[in-house]
Design a binder for this molecule. Structure first.
Ligand SMILES: [Zn+2]
Length: 113
């Protein structure tokens, strides 16, 4: 499965992030930045990020993501495969890559380099 290049998608549809092939499967902040939608704000624009794990079972994690300066909460669904993350968000924004909720949540758990 691949992302369609440069087309807008509904954030409810999964966006694919490929995991590194090293044993730790790290995702770096640079990779997350490279997958940020053009319309997604910079870190300093969203304020405090509140994450809550709603469920984690069968390789699927569901997270509630609230951004201090964004009125709409997002429910992220992240499916983990051997080499990919399939990320979708309930906010329903039209984005070509990661919506603000996905970008903020992944930035919180990324490897800082
Ligand atoms: Zn979202």
């Amino acid at each position: 499965m691949k992302n369609k290049p440069q087309t807008l998608r509904d954030s409810n549809e999964p966006y694919i992030l490929w995991l590194k092939t090293d044993p730790l499967r790290l995702i770096t902040q640079k990779e997350i930045n490279d997958n940020k939608a053009i319309t997604t704000w910079r870190k300093e624009d969203w304020g405090r990020v509140r994450l809550q794990v709603l469920s984690a079972e069968n390789g699927v994690v569901r997270l509630s993501v609230a951004l201090q300066k964004h009125e709409k909460r997002g429910i992220l669904t992240i499916k983990v495969t051997d080499d990919q993350l399939h990320i979708s968000c309930s906010c329903g924004q039209r984005v070509e890559k990661l919506c603000p909720h996905a970008f903020a949540a992944l930035s919180r758990v990324s490897w800082p380099r």
